[in-house]
Design a protein around this ligand. Structure first.
Ligand SMILES: [Zn+2]
Length: 135
């Protein structure tokens, strides 16, 4: 059984332990449902490892927003060469961060669980088509 590639699993917001189950309900820009599942539907991993665990995702989303700000500031300067008014930069950066917020919400949690959680490991024996019984 070939392993599911980590990059594919991260891009598709799959469970970090089995790389099969979805971490989130609903679509990226869905107004109806857009939240993290409590447990992985495939292997049963509890995504919120301990109470308040996802507060740490705020730091990841802060870093992502700083990155967007840098990219948008650079792109705005390259396109307009505006050096008179800060308001255009502020508007574009805030608008860009707002439009990216559903993506930031998901990937801050994906990065937290994949890269910043030493207790969470990929377990290849769970990466199978068989449904694992939840004990
Ligand atoms: Zn899983």
């Amino acid at each position: 059984m070939p392993e599911t590639p980590k990059s594919w699993a991260m891009l598709h917001c799959k469970c970090p332990r089995c790389r099969r189950g979805n971490m989130f309900k609903g679509g990226f820009y869905s107004f109806a449902t857009n939240k993290i599942n409590d447990n992985c539907a495939h292997c049963g991993m509890k995504f919120e490892i301990e109470p308040g665990y996802f507060y740490a995702a705020m730091y990841v989303s802060y870093a992502l927003n700083v990155m967007y700000g840098g990219i948008l500031w650079t792109a705005t300067y390259q396109i307009t060469h505006n050096s008179d008014s800060p308001w255009m930069y502020i508007g574009i950066i805030l608008g860009g961060c707002f439009l990216m917020s559903p993506i930031t919400f998901r990937y801050s949690r994906v990065f937290l669980l994949y890269w910043l959680s030493p207790k969470v490991h990929y377990q290849p024996h769970l990466d199978t088509d068989d449904k694992i019984s939840h004990n």
